[in-house]
Design a protein around this ligand. Structure first.
Ligand code: BTN
Length: 327
């Protein structure tokens, strides 16, 4: 680990207690000048490190670094390579490039900001600096393309569990890939697959997760529909590194649940669409129906207004206001 990251890790571990240059130098077996150089580099990168008179250095706010994330992992060996970039176009694209170059399953890329964050159906994902967790994991799992839908559903459950453990908030899942809190979007998931066309087997999967963590406001097109964890907690703070570690812990924990679908009852329990009247939006049409179930492959079962029962695996749903609502 680079000296800069080791210093960051010590400051993160120390929390609100300032660490003197001597203490840092002694624990890393480096000179005080090297400590000062590392602190300066971190400050230049935007970390808020305060020099407290006669006491030392104190880190304010939330640092996102591979070292800090690794501190919170239950099984660090599972996550082979954790990278934190200051900026990338899209962590999904970065991980796909790494996968094509032979990176192992368990490679993870976080970014402090994305310049071209991608959502489902060609949309963008709003990814301003240091406000969220934007990351993608590379999974190399046995199985065919049908696995990708299930993995998205399992990842949604893992995200809800991680949010619950880190913040105490109970969140809901809007089929198939969005995490909501009281009707507003907190998180989106974009799973992309590469398939071997001859064997029809999965080559790899990239699961990209974007969570609004500290945003105080959103651009006009998102305000009213999006919310952040700290926005919900109103005054409570969320450590992005701790949340990141918990997300990786829960993603790892949910993978063995895939073959037996053990996560599905929780997915259904957390669903905010089951039993609701919906607009079913595809590329070619919008039709109305009622969500009646989610099957063992993660597909949504919808009873259309004309009585037809449809199994839906792609597209988008929008919940229609309750019939007795006057607004
Ligand atoms: C959606 O809301 O439709 C899905 C959003 C997925 C966003 C995440 S952020 C990390 C990863 N990189 C991307 O470009 N997209 C995903």
């Amino acid at each position: 680990m680079a000296t800069r990251d080791q210093v960051l890790l010590l400051l993160e571990q120390a929390g609100d207690t300032p660490l003197s240059g001597n203490e840092i130098a002694a624990s890393l077996s480096i000179t005080r000048a090297a400590v000062w150089k590392a602190v300066k580099a971190l400050q230049e990168d935007g970390y808020r490190i305060e020099a407290v008179h006669k006491k030392g250095y104190r880190l304010h706010g939330d640092a996102l670094s591979a070292g800090c994330i690794r501190l919170g992992l239950r099984d660090p060996s599972f996550w082979k390579d954790i990278r934190v970039y200051e900026e990338t176009a899209s962590t999904n694209l970065t991980v796909k490039e790494l996968a094509a170059a032979g990176a192992p399953g368990g490679t993870v890329v976080f970014a402090d900001r994305q310049t071209a964050g991608r959502g489902r159906l060609g949309r963008t994902f709003y990814s301003p600096p240091r406000c969220g967790l934007y990351f993608s994991v590379l999974l190399r799992l046995p199985g065919g393309i049908e696995q990708s839908m299930l993995i998205t559903a399992a990842a949604a459950v893992a995200v809800c569990r991680a949010i619950l453990h880190t913040t105490g908030l109970e969140t809901q899942i809007k089929w198939v890939n969005d995490i909501y809190y009281q009707g507003k979007k907190l998180c989106g998931i974009l799973t992309e697959a590469s398939v071997n066309m001859e064997s029809r087997e999965l080559d790899y999967l990239v699961v990209g997760i974007g969570i609004n963590v500290t945003n105080e406001s959103f651009p006009p097109e998102l305000s009213g529909v999006a919310v952040s964890l700290e926005g919900v907690l109103q005054g409570g703070t969320v450590s992005r590194s701790r949340l990141a570690a918990e997300l990786l812990n829960e993603l790892q924990a949910v993978l063995p649940e895939l073959p037996g679908r053990a996560f599905l009852p929780e997915y259904k329990r957390r669903s905010c669409v089951l039993g609701k009247e919906l607009d079913l939006i595809s590329l070619t049409e919008t039709r109305q129906g009622r969500a009646i179930d989610i099957n063992e492959n993660g597909n949504l079962i919808v009873q259309m207004d004309d009585g037809e029962i449809r199994t839906v695996s792609t597209g988008e749903v929008s919940i229609r206001p309750a019939k007795d609502s006057h607004f």
